[in-house]
Design a protein around this ligand. Structure first.
Ligand code: C2E
Ligand code: MG
Ligand code: MG
Length: 584
């Protein structure tokens, strides 16, 4: 496209032949042509006086075509004309000087109409009619591309190509500012895949990545490109809605997404079924900023998870009250530790064949100054979510070990009796768990064989690989390991085999069915047989009636625990309730 001017007077040919008279201007022209940057010079009225070879290549105009024309006619985009006029005016008014400006970014027009991005180092020379304004124009195209690639990496997720958290945060702030954060003007949707970790664990990270890419494609399809859909990392996605119908649109979107996810995803050589938990929150009179909006959407998403996943929850008044309550609980739970408001109750575990107590389970209570004794179901979830379960759990274990040691030294109960302590998933995940158990055993002087740790199925499922490592390390300390609430979670039978477990506790819901209908006993019988086949002993939880106990005996269950023998009681009451075991 570039037109080459003729080498009539001042072209390189004249020089190379060495015959033509070299005018000074020609030599300058030649030097300018060697420059890797475009060079452009005008007089005070913006009329072009110089235009080198590189300028021809960059803008598509030959020197002959443009010399004598004003740059404002063809080179400068219309939207910059006013500013350029102002700047030229100030140059004309300035006293005569030679001045170089710092490089600055500019966009100029190519002959074909598109914009050319250049960085300009300009100089001003002379004054009045002698005034010249020259500039070296450096093509920014390649640097721009590199910068854009960098910016892309900074703002977009590399796996899915979706906006990342940084870009999403910009967009969210913009939407909030635009809607003046008025009630309902912005809605946020948080989507978290359910049990994604299990997919990663079972099928490998590559398949996990394929699933994430497939999910992001379905999200984009459901949005139809109308919303900002971002990946926050991991298996969490965010969608932004703004405008009058923001919340209604978010709800409709979530229904479309859940439907889209109900179809299996082909990943690796398998088909993967996945569900998601979705939380939605929108701006209100109380919530006008990004941070609370995000945490409300998160709270709604967690509520959807608690309901079993695969569902949508919208943050509303009821949830706001619940969140406040949780915050309150968390706040006072902090002080519960400091103010020694936590108590341990103990419930005996009885050997079925001879009715002898072989140990006790330590169960936590909170002696709340206003509410009296609070049971763990009311505050353990908050302790788990806030991380307080780590210091609380350590206190429980220490107190339980100390108590058993005290009984032992007073010669209440035999040395073979064990105390069972419940561990949360968070505790199993905690890097210091093994060291904590070891320290507590050393500190209290309790033999590891007297400590049983109860772990629920979900704790094992969370991160199966690292749970396995932790359990082996605990086993190496010499403690006994039990799986608690068996049958209520997901644990497949393969888990029982893989993990170094000693005891299986059948959940109360199965024990309740005993003796009611034949199927009820069959399930319990199957679990007991399986456990025995794998070398595990079995404790039946929540035994309340003689009838259940008889069934358990018939089915060859090893141990039982429940109100039939004793409710959980404080340590001093246990001695009188169980003279033949713990007591003298
Ligand atoms: P879990 O470990 O399965 O404990 C058994 C629960 O069943 C206890 O409830 C106990 O009081 C109750 N129970 C025992 N026998 C019977 C019965 O015959 N009938 C009925 N209806 N219930 C019976 P509790 O003490 O309210 O504890 C609930 C759960 O809280 C425990 O279930 C355990 O998962 C958790 N928990 C308790 N203490 C701790 C602790 O120190 N740390 C952790 N992480 N969790 C704890
Ligand atoms: Mg337990
Ligand atoms: Mg249990």
């Amino acid at each position: 496209m570039t037109e080459r001017r003729g080498d009539t007077l001042d072209g390189p040919d004249a020089l190379s032949h060495g015959t033509a008279v070299e005018l000074p201007g020609t030599r300058i022209q030649h030097l300018l042509d060697l420059s890797r940057d475009a060079f452009v010079e005008t007089d005070s009225r913006s009329v072009l006086t110089e235009w080198n070879r590189q300028a021809e290549l960059l803008f598509g105009w030959s020197r002959d075509e443009v010399l004598g024309r004003a740059v404002t006619e063809f080179l400068v985009p219309e939207r910059f004309l006013t500013r350029l006029g102002r700047e030229l005016e100030s140059v004309r008014m300035a006293p005569a000087a030679t001045e170089r400006t710092r490089p600055r970014e500019m966009k100029l027009l190519h002959r074909e109409g598109h914009e050319v991005h250049v960085s300009v180092t300009a100089y001003i020379m002379g004054s009045g009619s002698e005034l010249r304004i020259g500039g070296f124009l450096h093509d920014r195209h390649e640097e721009k591309a590199a910068e854009e690639a960098l910016a892309h990496a900074y703002l977009y997720d590399s796996l899915t190509g979706m906006p990342n958290r940084t870009l999403f945060t910009y967009r969210l702030s913009y939407a909030l500012a635009k809607g003046k954060a008025s009630p309902g003007s912005v809605a946020l949707l948080v989507l978290d895949l359910d049990r994604f970790k299990a997919i990663n664990d079972a099928l490998g990270h590559e398949v996990g990545d394929e699933v994430l890419v497939a999910v992001s494609a379905r999200l984009l399809a459901a949005s139809g490109g109308a919303q900002v859909v971002a990946r926050l990392g991991g298996d969490e996605f965010l969608v932004l809605f703004d405008g009058d119908r923001a919340e209604a649109e978010a709800e409709a979107f979530s229904e479309r997404v859940l439907a889209a996810l109900s179809k299996p995803i082909a990943a690796g050589s398998s088909e993967v079924f996945i569900t998601a938990s979705i939380g939605i929150a929108s701006t209100s009179a109380l919530v006008t900023e990004a941070t609370p909006l995000l945490s409300n959407a998160d709270a709604a998403m967690y509520q959807a998870k608690r309901r079993g996943g695969g569902t949508v929850e919208v943050f509303g008044e009821a949830m706001r009250v619940r969140v406040l309550e949780r915050m309150n609980t968390e706040h006072s739970l902090h002080r519960a530790l400091e103010r020694s408001e936590l108590r341990l109750f103990y419930q005996p575990v009885v050997e079925i064949k001879n009715s002898r107590a072989i140990g006790v389970e330590a169960l936590l209570r909170w002696d709340h100054p206003d509410h009296g004794l609070v049971t763990p179901n009311k505050f353990i979830p908050v302790a788990e979510e806030s991380g307080l379960i780590i210091p609380i759990g350590a206190w429980v274990m220490h107190e339980a070990c100390r108590q058993l040691r005290r009984w032992q030294t007073k010669r209440y109960g035999g040395l073979e009796g064990a105390v069972e302590v419940n561990l949360s998933a968070r505790q199993v995940d905690h890097p210091a768990i093994v060291a904590t158990v070891e320290d507590i055993l050393n500190d209290t002087g309790l033999s590891p064989s007297n400590l049983t740790l109860e772990i629920t199925e979900s704790a094992l499922m969370n991160d199966a690989a690292s749970a396995l490592e932790v359990l082996h390390a605990l086993k190496d300390l010499g403690v006994t390991l039990a799986i608690d609430d068996f049958g209520t979670g997901y644990s497949s039978l393969s888990y029982l085999q893989r993990f170094p477990l000693d005891i299986l506790k059948i959940d109360k819901t199965f024990v309740d069915e005993l003796g009611m209908a034949p199927e009820g006993s069959e399930i319990v019988a199957a679990v007991i047989n399986l456990a025995h086949a794998l070398g595990l002993q079995v404790i039946a939880e929540g035994v309340e009636t003689e009838r259940q106990l008889e069934e358990l005996q018939r089915l060859d269950c090893d141990f039982a625990q429940g109100y039939l023998f004793s409710r959980p009681v404080p340590a001093h009451e246990l001695i009188t309730a169980f003279p033949e075991t713990i007591g003298a």
